[in-house]
Design a protein around this ligand. Structure first.
Ligand code: X8Z
Ligand code: ZN
Length: 608
């Protein structure tokens, strides 16, 4: 269960704590629906209280990594895991009781699926698992790569991958990061997989991957099929973009660096994981229609924005929709920039420490376009958390984890040129005219479309690892094969079986499931299309900004405050009118670009 820290390893791995008093529960044969109600009420109360300590310790550990905070986090993590597993196995028994109310049934399902890294019951296993999980996340936080022969930390190397254009330096950064951060974690990772799989089996799941796929109001098989269906909807768009981008990279770097055919060299794409490519828009922008006349980083710098001012701007968007301002404690307790004197987990996350209003973000913000979007993303988590704070504890969560990841991104789709004018970042005279629509769409596609295959392949890989289809000696080869199959990319240098590039991605190190981001990429366009319709927008979809629209805000609030109380199609319907998750809204948004790309691509090699 994702509780408070969204995409924060500790709170994800470990939700619950304390000792429970469930003496004499008539779990198996004699239990009645009333017993089940009582069990759920007790579990809910205990968990609500226990989660707060876990959140506090998790926050301190992630913002101040030392051996001591690691030890404390591992300790509390083990306690929470034990408690969560105990409730999960008891919930499984109550599930069979006749005459359960819909809420009790739903809460039992949530309890049963509530631990993202379950420990087996044998003595010591929870401690070992929690120690490994904590170490993996902290090692990632402390990880370094090299640039110009000198060590460089995670947030700096991420930014440098976006701005560097020298292939030798890109290769140095890419290789050092993957070699240092990935390979060193391989043995710990493999042990974590084995132990947590043992735990999942005790709870009646095939493996942890199947357990993760069971959190979507459908069977794990239906869920996997649903993600494949969504991918098929958007794959042609990705292929068109890939063809075009490869051509442009070949023009810039020449055959020796980027050949005209075959996969794209992954370190050339402006991002350590080649997951979003917007940072190399300058390389792919077509003359004329591609000249959108501004770039977000330059605007922020020119107007004197610092990280705090960027977060204020994000808050301003939500306020314009009618959401209450963030509490003062958000500003005093958040980590907005990287502390100079200590190790932290820089990967962005959003927290709700007390399950009420103690909202925080944890970022190592830089003044650039990526982090401007990430701020809106993280705040989306915080506003969601606050919107559902009056739900019972077990419903204090997103409709599914893809919803949680989609809210802030959906808001950020409204960062249009006209919106930038409204908040004083862009001068009216520099708003790109209609003939620059191709450029605006291409810039957006470089982030949104490029991400889709990555969003899916990370967990395709992990599902394979958890199922046993992928063994440690093929961690690397299977990762490379999926990167090639889905993304059409390849590493800049050959990788042998001792490498572990998957482990150099935060969510793998921190055991945060990843398919949520794939769902979110799709959902955010559904939300956006619906919001623009609610706002009465009739122009090209990508020019729509619902900034300031209180009606959209009120409708959104209705979906958010449902939390996890109903199956996710109910929440989707509440805001969009449909119960179907679909890639069509994304396809509609980019339809003019697809047409343009396919014209450009005529006669060029495509595929890999
Ligand atoms: O991890 C995140 C967020 C934190 S929940 C910053 N994202 C994914 C990533 O960085 O890999 C957002 C987009 C995808
Ligand atoms: Zn997120």
């Amino acid at each position: 269960m994702i509780r408070t820290a969204v995409a924060s390893g500790l709170a994800l791995a470990t939700v619950l704590s304390g000792a429970i008093a469930l003496a004499g529960t008539p779990a198996e044969s004699a239990a009645t629906a009333a017993d089940a109600d009582k069990f759920v009420a007790e579990a809910e109360k205990t968990l609500a209280e226990a989660s707060v300590d876990g959140n506090r310790v998790g926050w301190i550990n992630a913002t101040y990594i030392t051996d001591d905070t690691d030890a404390l986090a591992a300790q509390v993590g083990a306690r929470l895991t034990l408690l969560g597993v105990k409730y999960a196995s008891e919930a499984a028994k109550y599930q069979k009781v006749a005459g359960l109310s819909p809420d009790t049934k739903r809460k039992l399902d949530i309890l049963r699926n509530g631990v993202s890294l379950p420990a087996p019951s044998r003595p010591g296993a929870a401690d070992t698992l929690s120690q490994i999980a904590t170490k993996l996340q902290s090692d990632y936080g402390k990880g370094k790569g090299m640039l110009d022969g000198k060590p460089i930390n995670g947030s700096d190397i991420e930014a440098a991958m976006g701005s560097t254009r020298d292939p030798a330096k890109l290769q140095e950064m890419w290789t050092s990061w993957n070699d240092n951060v990935g390979a060193s974690s391989k043995a710990d990772f493999a042990r974590m997989i084995d132990i947590s799989n043992e735990g999942a089996k005790e709870l009646g799941y095939q493996d942890v991957g199947a357990m993760w796929r069971s959190g979507y109001d459908m069977t794990p098989e239906q869920f996997a099929a649903m993600t494949d269906r969504l991918w098929k909807q958007v794959e042609p768009l990705y292929k068109s973009l890939h063809t075009y981008v490869r051509w442009k990279l070949n023009e810039k770097y020449g055959d020796a660096v980027q050949p005209k055919t075959g996969p794209i060299r992954s370190d050339l794409l402006g991002n350590m994981w080649a997951q979003e490519w917007g940072n190399i828009y300058d390389i792919v922008a077509p003359k004329g229609v591609g000249d959108i006349g501004y770039d977000t980083a330059a605007l922020l710098t020119a107007k004197g924005y610092d990280p705090v001012k960027m977060v204020r701007a994000g808050e301003g968007f939500y306020s314009s929709l009618g959401f209450a301002p963030l509490p003062d404690t958000f500003w005093t307790r958040s980590q907005i920039t990287k502390p100079a004197d200590r190790d932290v987990v820089c990967h962005a996350s959003a927290w709700d420490i007390d399950n009420k209003t103690d909202l925080r973000i944890k970022m190592c913000t830089k003044v650039n376009a990526d982090d401007f979007v990430t701020i809106h993303h993280e705040l989306g988590h915080n506003y969601y958390q606050r919107a559902y704070m009056n739900q019972p504890f077990l419903y204090e969560n997103g409709a599914n984890d893809g919803f949680h990841e989609a809210i802030g991104d959906f808001i950020a789709l409204s960062i249009t040129p006209d919106y930038l004018v409204k908040i004083g970042l862009l001068d009216q005279s520099r708003v790109p005219s209609a003939d620059k629509d191709t450029g605006l769409l291409l810039r957006q596609a470089m982030d949104k479309v490029a991400f889709l295959p990555f969003g899916l392949m990370v967990d395709k890989w992990r599902w394979g690892v958890y199922s046993g289809a992928i063994k440690p000696d093929s961690y690397q080869s299977s990762w490379d094969a999926l990167r090639l199959q889905y993304q059409g990319i390849k590493p800049p240098v050959a990788r042998d079986g001792t490498r572990f590039d998957a482990g150099a991605k935060y969510h793998v190190a921190a055991s945060v499931s990843y398919v949520r981001y794939f769902l979110a990429r799709v959902l955010q366009f559904q939300f956006y299309q619906a919001a623009c319709k609610q706002a009465g927008w009739t122009g090209p979809l990508h020019r729509c900004s619902f900034y300031g629209n209180k009606q959209v805000g009120a409708n959104l609030q209705k979906m958010l405050e449902m939390g996890q109380s109903k199956p996710w199609p109910d929440a989707l319907q509440a805001f969009t009118g449909t119960r179907e998750i679909s890639g069509q809204a994304l396809v509609d948004y980019f339809a003019p670009l697809k047409k343009w790309l396919d014209q450009q691509n005529k006669g060029k090699p495509s595929g890999w």
